[in-house]
Write a protein that binds this ligand. Structure first.
Ligand code: GLN
Length: 537
């Protein structure tokens, strides 16, 4: 069977949740036994989002192969229980970069290099790559941005051409649009959708299915009107009403018949989707028996998307523990030794978040100290783990002013430092330890108890490490290195044995948590926080 391609565009406005719709459709197709992946095409000029500000772009999602990608890839992995790679995220910057490199090498044989055909051909070749791997029955392609944007045009044109090149029955165009409710008129309005589809038609693309985001149910007459004006069948007008949880969206889409329509149009034959596990997961998310409050200490807390995968990993781990995890967002900039007790008062767990740069570090160190001394379950991720090590060096080992050379290059005690074999790599963006690495887990530790395995793999995104030259001072004072990267002998996990649950990890466990496979350390951390809550009561 040749690979089928589903192109998903968005209209009217951004933030309609295109990534969630793609992930939900993907989940339904996987539940029908199909092999599916999702690709995100981003119309910005950055080659990847790796250098973009978290306020601007939210979290940078890192894949196993070390690609720094859009956070929608996180949704794809969490919903579909798949692994994505660099191929799953293409930006305009990358497309131009590749075309210009080819041009410099003379690959275009002296021709004038143009948007059409060279840029559009390059986009098509990126899209076809996943299908050509032979690994997938269906590739869903999410086109970032909103139809009508100047920068989206080459993508829409590439899709238009692709639909001819790979054959009509092998492709499908889904358009996600908004049907707003005007409270003054007391009515849902279809005009923005009509205009959006008209804009698509101007570029030669007729949508096969319309998914309409709405706050109110679409009645028959609205569905009829949308169908009539937009050239689609009435059954191809799919309502996407606000959900209690993003994880409920696949169930709502199935009720609306989205997957059935897709299967029919692509001429696929599959059994009905098996959503038993998914339904019980959604039930656990919506109706948990327990509740626990965990502080997330970081400097981007006003912008929750900066911590997207952490938030979602808590949803997965919460459901596994039959608990709702409420996050108390704590801004590290304002945290001091004096106010930390008040800021963290009553929480049952403290997570110190990843990050870059010195801002907010002293606040994070206060949070670590409070959790350590008050015996509150603690989870430090990447920079959060480095803070835990600095705090331990200063306040337990007595190395006053111990620091990371990231924040103080001339510190007397560089307990966190760049390891020598990485020091000579100069370029920003080229110096990071990125992607999946092995970690050997020491038996009889909290880490082992969580993973139940001595060999695990987790994803990384950092430059600095626990300094191997000073490592013995930490272990002499009781800190345990419960995870080590065997290849380079680097500290991957630390923990304090005489504490209910104090674990720091150099990697990003949140990036591998999925609905079907909640991340073990998150599950154990939530469990420990529940015990803390229980003992308090
Ligand atoms: N800034 C730290 C480093 O580069 C931690 C990075 C992170 O938290 N992702 O090592």
């Amino acid at each position: 069977m040749s690979t089928k391609y589903i192109f998903v565009t968005g209209g009217v406005t951004s933030s309609l949740g295109k990534g969630i719709i793609c992930a939900s459709l993907g989940r339904l197709l996987v539940a029908r036994g199909l092999k599916v992946t999702i690709q995100k095409l981003d119309p910005y000029i950055n080659v990847d989002p790796g250098t973009m500000n978290p306020y601007e772009h939210g979290e940078v999602f890192v894949t196993d192969d070390g690609a720094e990608t859009d956070l929608d890839l996180g949704h794809y992995e969490r919903f579909l229980d798949i692994r994505t790679s660099q191929t799953n995220n293409v930006t305009t910057g990358r497309v131009y970069f590749d075309v210009i490199n080819k041009e410099r090498k003379g690959a275009y044989l002296g021709k004038t290099v143009q948007v059409i055909p060279h840029i559009t051909d390059e986009i098509q070749s990126h899209v076809l790559k996943l299908g050509q791997s032979g690994n997938y029955d269906v590739v869903i392609v999410e086109i970032g941005g909103t139809v009508g944007d100047i920068e989206s045009l080459p993508y829409i044109e590439a899709v238009r051409q692709l639909r001819y090149n790979v054959g009509r029955s092998n492709t499908l165009s889904i358009h996600l649009t908004l049907v707003p409710y005007l409270s003054a008129a007391g009515e849902l309005k279809t005009k923005p959708t009509q205009h959006s589809v008209k804009t698509l038609l101007e570029s030669g693309l007729q949508p096969d299915i319309l998914v309409c985001r709405t706050e109110h149910s679409l009645d028959d007459s609205i569905r009829g009107k949308v169908a009539r004006f937009c050239n689609v069948d009435r059954e191809d007008v799919i309502e996407s009403i606000d959900a209690r949880s993003i994880y409920e969206v696949p169930l709502l889409m199935q009720k609306e018949g989205l997957d059935t329509r897709v299967i029919e149009k692509l001429q696929l034959t599959t059994p009905a989707p098996d959503l038993t596990d998914w339904t019980s997961f959604v039930h656990a998310v919506c109706y948990p028996d327990h509740q626990v409050e965990i502080a997330l200490v970081g400097k981007y807390v006003e912008h929750h998307d900066s911590y997207k995968s952490i938030v979602e990993a808590f949803v997965h781990a919460g459901a596994k523990n039959n608990a709702k995890v409420s996050i108390r967002w704590v801004q590290s900039d304002n945290l001091t030794a004096e106010n930390v007790a008040q800021a963290l008062d009553g929480v049952d767990g403290v997570l110190v978040a990843p990050g870059f740069g010195g801002r907010g570090i002293e606040g994070k160190l206060s949070a670590v100290r409070y959790a350590r001394e008050q015996q509150i379950p603690f989870f430090g991720i990447c920079l959060g783990m480095q803070c835990a090590v600095i705090e331990y060096a200063r306040n337990v080992c007595g190395l006053n002013n111990a620091n990371s050379t990231e924040f103080d290059e001339s510190t007397d005690h560089p307990i966190i430092d760049i390891m020598y074999d990485q020091k000579d790599i100069e370029n920003m963006g080229g110096t990071m330890r990125l992607g999946k690495y092995d970690c050997a887990v020491q038996p009889d530790t909290k880490a082992y108890e969580a993973y139940q395995s001595t060999e695990v793999e987790e994803r990384h995104r950092h430059r600095y490490e626990v300094n191997n030259e000073l490592r013995s001072i930490l272990s002499d004072h009781g800190l345990i290195f419960s995870g080590i990267n065997p290849g380079r002998d680097l500290v991957e996990m630390v923990e304090i044995p005489d504490h209910p649950w104090f674990v720091g990890v150099q990697f990003h466990p949140e990036l591998r948590s999925t609905v079907q496979h909640p991340q073990p350390l998150f599950v154990a951390f939530v469990k420990a926080s529940l015990v803390h809550a229980h003992n308090k009561a």
